[in-house]
Design a protein around this ligand. Structure first.
Ligand SMILES: O=C(O)C(=O)C[C@@H](O)[C@H](O)[C@H](O)COP(=O)(O)O
Length: 357
């Protein structure tokens, strides 16, 4: 079992490894045992596959379980209110502990619920996807608004992240693609050797379970170091948003859940590399093509339809479009891009993709 500390204002540990859920009672038994209620907010699809294992690990605690829609559909006002209604109907109090069981979406929703129920109750992230190595760490919680992704949310750190590798074994292909995008993002902003290694795999299927665990640990370490330096995103934390300005615009434009988050992030990273005039773009596009990321979808998305969302990005201001760009691998920076240049780069990228597929 591997452990990483995240030294934020309220520090916590990320536990990674097969069978990690047993730590819920071994390490967090005091917190959970002292709660008047333990509430599991579970992704409904994940619950079908893995809830028994989680409940087994929570034996004796008699948790209440609320199933929410799978994936991005969970991050709605309706789900948010359903969670609060459930907590109230179960007579939960400030002494209740919430467990988020599922991928990034259920983690974001549950964290937001935990941060707002009676002005805040403790929560533990129990992630079940590759993508969640990113979203479960760092304390960003949110639901979506039709006008922009993650627009309603808080910074609220979990008490622990218990990341059990067994849950990753049933991930569908598009979820593997989605999660690996965030792993590659962590490599782009931190470490050239690691990026070389990730882009050199013949395909995502060629990554063994053991190697994956190592990559996830590296990704979490990159993220934890940045979050420790800038928990509330005044500066360097923005680098974790590499590829996200366009990605979030695509997700909002298409409708949440129509493209996985990580797949959209791959399109967004390609765009950021184009804006950076980065020599990394060709091999990155090739990796994305080999692994069947939906590059071709850009052709149906005119720049003018994405622009309003990009203007609302949290890194932008009313007057400017701000992107995370890359000087070289491991050297991210923020730049304000004039609209015309943003449009020209988008058109160039679409042309390059059209020629290669
Ligand atoms: O933790 C962060 O900071 C990130 O930006 C990580 C992103 O990969 C993640 O998707 C995050 O939820 C995006 O946050 P947002 O503030 O751009 O909504």
């Amino acid at each position: 079992m591997r452990e990483l500390r995240v030294e934020t204002e309220h520090p916590y540990t990320v536990h990674i490894g097969q069978g990690a859920v047993k730590l819920l009672t071994e390490r967090y038994g005091d917190l959970l045992g002292a709660a008047d209620r333990v509430v599991v907010i579970a992704d409904s699809q994940v619950a079908e596959l893995h809830l028994d294992k989680l409940l087994d690990a929570l034996k004796g605690l008699e948790p209440k379980v609320l199933r929410v829609p799978a994936g991005e559909q969970a991050k709605s006002v309706e789900s948010f209110m359903d969670c609060h209604s459930f907590l109230l109907s179960e007579n939960c109090s400030r002494n209740t502990v919430i467990l988020a069981f599922g991928g990034g979406a259920v983690g974001d929703l549950s964290g937001f619920v935990a941060s707002t129920f009676m002005r805040g109750v403790p929560f533990i992230q129990v992630p079940t996807t590759i993508l969640a190595h990113d979203s479960a760490v760092g304390g960003k919680t949110a639901i979506n608004h039709p006008l922009g992704k993650n627009m309603v949310g808080t910074f609220y750190q979990p008490r622990a992240v218990v990341y059990d590798g067994d849950f990753l074994e049933t991930l569908p292909e598009n979820e593997i693609r989605s999660g690996m995008a965030e792993v590659v993002k962590h490599a782009f902003i931190s470490n050239e050797g690691w990026l070389d290694q990730l882009l050199a795999y013949d395909s995502l299927e060629a990554v063994s379970g053991e190697e994956l665990e190592g990559h996830l640990e590296k990704g979490i370490a990159v993220k934890a170091a940045i979050v420790e330096e800038d928990e509330f995103e005044g500066g360097v934390r923005k680098f974790l948003n590499f590829g996200h300005t366009l990605a979030h615009a695509i997700e909002a434009h298409l409708g949440y859940g129509r493209m996985t988050h990580g797949e959209a992030v791959v399109l967004g990273m390609a765009y950021a590399l184009e804006l950076s005039s980065s020599p990394e773009l060709p091999r990155f596009l090739n990796w994305a093509k080999v692994n069947q990321y939906p590059l071709e979808r850009l052709k149906d998305m005119p720049f003018e339809e994405l622009l309003p969302y990009m203007k609302k990005d949290k890194k932008s201001t009313a007057a400017s479009l701000n992107f995370v760009l890359l000087g070289a691998v491991g050297q991210p920076y923020i730049e304000t891009i004039p609209e015309q240049r943003a449009q020209a780069a988008y058109d160039t990228l679409r042309k390059t993709i059209k020629e290669m597929i």
